[in-house]
Ligand binder design. Sequence first.
Ligand code: GLU
Length: 449
Amino acid sequence: MLKSEYLQRVYTQAVTRDPDQREFHQAVLEFLESLDQIIDQHPEYEKKGIVETFVEPERVITFRVPWVDDQGKVQVNRGYRVQFNSSIGPYKGGLRFHPTVNLSILKFLGFEQILKNSLTTLPMGGAKGGSDFDPKGKSDEEVMRFCQSFMTELQRHIGQFVDVPAGDIGVGAREIGYLFGQYRRVRGTYAAGVLTGKGLSFGGSLVRTEATGYGLCYLTQEMLSKMKGDSFQGKTVVISGSGNVAIFACQKATELGAKVVALSDSNGYIHDPKGIDLDVVKDIKLGHRGRIKEYADRVPGSTYTEGFRGIWNVPCDIALPCATQNEIDGEIARTIVKQGTIAVAEGANMPCRPEAIQEFQHAGVLFAPAKAANAGGVATSGLEMSQNSMRYAWSFEEVDRRLKTIMTNIFHNIYTAAGECGKPGDLVLGANIAGFMKVADVMLSQGLI
Ligand code: GLU
């Protein structure tokens, strides 16, 4: 129950409108709980109807995506784009291709994206899209035909000044290439800035691939330094997932002096007490889209265990959940706390359930929420858009330097915001408030209707 009657009304309305959208309710409630701490000081939000407007997407598009599989059979998937908020810039956010995709998941992701993009300080609104299409086990040709059909419809809703999609789970360089090719063909225009995460030879940015994982470590490093006078040096790290975010978080944490001992996929996890050999992981995951199990067959001394949740039984100083939403519940969080973990930073979007976050915060474990900790991906997408507008490409060092500055600034902004709200160290509160206030002020100054 929220303290503020106004916020409780907003929440009840969101739930009543879409009773089945559990992930969306979860994201909205976490946000409203933060707002509850400051709403008394801002009567203008209720007077002008800001919060009820903020939790309702500007536009939701759903469409059918028919495509022909390798057997010549027609398959039909569902495509979506949730254009949530465009107050501070064109809609911006990734596309997820995964069988679990539905409107609840995309609305939660689009909602978080508004706050995340605001925290980057770059001019990007919030959106998310995708499909229940599963790229796993599909041939390149099937993925291409699916992407072409998806873009044939999506193209009428996007543009470099309108809405700029990118990747997320199931959408990487291969998919972005096919999507971009179809946009260019259908529209007859070479607008590189319409998508981000592109290949380097057609408008992509250096560091975009590494950005989410690197950014996660830059922010975590700053959090450790400011809040504990500590660093990654000599620490044991467990990272769930083994996709793009996990791989480059593993690389950066290792570069910063830590030892990463476990990674997972949706089937199970590997444990390598000597420290993960990332070349092997890259070969398996990026080289031939294999399963993480293969690592244990190839690297002596490592083990594979079925079931992805078991990874959190591996003791660590720093936990970086980089798999998917709601992976860590209260019970797993208690295990993590008991092992003496000092910091948890979310690389995936909303990997920790609300009761898990409470466990961490009560136990004094440093906790960095996704909308701040994993903002490096979209921040570098913003840098890709800048480079596309200039028709110019910065060096790796230049983009990396900017990414690091952005992540460091995000940490300090949310840390300061938490302190100003009277809850020093509560980075969930800090991220929600700092992300929201900027967008809310712009909504007020532009007028809502
Ligand atoms: N999917 C990423 C995220 O969750 C990146 C989005 C983007 O680059 O637009 O933030």
